[in-house]
Design a protein around this ligand. Structure first.
Ligand SMILES: C[S@@+](CC[C@H](N)C(=O)[O-])C[C@H]1O[C@@H](n2cnc3c(N)ncnc32)[C@H](O)[C@@H]1O
Length: 265
């Protein structure tokens, strides 16, 4: 899933490019020369970044060889781009160091957060920036009702986030131990709502209209479960769920985090 981030109340197709537009602005501001996208999938973000920043060397890594193959084919016309297989927790040192590393909805798949943070820190240049856009569990998640937690876990299951979205503080220690200092955290959940509501409408049609279901008959089961995720996403991100302490909050949050790597003294 790649979530659209909308500035206004209506979804627009271009909202899928908000994350990469943020990275492009940062490249222009800082004069970054080498940029790495972690978990680049089929190359959606890199394709746009290569257009916006043709002067920058862009590398993408992904765990899955088939994603790397498809992304490489899609990006073959861009001489400044390369895509390789690499897991977040074991990034090959030979790829060199980067001025900016970014990750859109991919670090949520990590189970060993300290190993991931250390591996990223190893290939981030001193003074370099790490930019993360990802979903997280709300900070009071464990005090929400069992039903709300189950709904969130079902969403995590259909989006294959096996260990569940971490809470913000689950990552904070890992980054700190890798000397990656958090400079900025921004809650962008509100910006996901127009896109998630649109997905909700698709999910509802899947379950209410046999004709729509028939068109998906040949799709693999894993893709059909996206309809369940579509029904749940907006509900979990904007719902008002009561916590054990009487406070109310959504179950999931979507955040931007920017960390910097300290320069050695
Ligand atoms: C939801 S997709 C996001 C793709 C892309 N970042 C985007 O915004 O369009 C998540 C991607 O993370 C990759 N991934 C998951 N675990 C990974 C790991 N440990 N190392 C590298 N990539 C991983 C998956 O293969 C998938 O391509």
């Amino acid at each position: 899933m790649h979530v659209a981030l909308s500035a206004g109340p209506e979804f627009r197709e271009v909202d899928y490019l908000t994350q990469v537009a943020f990275v492009a602005d940062l490249i222009h501001e800082t004069g970054a020369r080498r940029v790495l996208e972690l978990g680049c999938g089929l190359g959606f973000n890199i394709l746009e970044l290569a257009r916006l920043c043709p002067q920058v060397e862009i590398v993408g890594t992904d765990l899955l060889e088939r994603h790397v193959r498809k992304a490489s084919a899609r990006l073959r016309r861009h001489a400044n781009v390369s895509v390789l297989v690499g897991s977040h927790d074991r990034l090959p040192a030979e790829i060199g160091t980067f001025d900016i590393i970014f990750a859109v909805e991919t670090l949520c798949y990590a189970s060993d957060r300290p190993a991931v943070a250390a591996s990223i820190a190893q290939v981030l240049a001193p003074g370099g920036l790490l930019v993360i856009f990802d979903a997280e569990r709300a900070s009071n998640f464990s005090s929400l009702s069992r039903d709300t937690q189950l709904a969130a876990m079902l969403y995590e299951a259909v989006t294959v986030v096996e260990d569940g979205f971490g809470a913000a503080d689950a990552w904070a220690d890992a980054y700190k131990s890798a000397r990656l200092m958090t400079q900025r955290i921004e809650d962008m959940s509100h910006a996901t709502i127009p896109g998630l509501r649109r997905l909700y409408r698709y999910g509802a049609r899947y379950f209410s209209d046999p004709a729509v279901r028939a068109t998906t008959a040949l799709l693999p089961w894993a893709l059909k479960t996206n309809a369940v995720g579509a029904l749940l996403g907006a509900y979990l991100m904007e719902g008002d769920f009561e916590g054990g302490d009487g406070s109310t909050s959504p179950a999931l949050r979507y955040r931007l985090r920017v960390c910097s790597k300290q320069r050695s003294r």
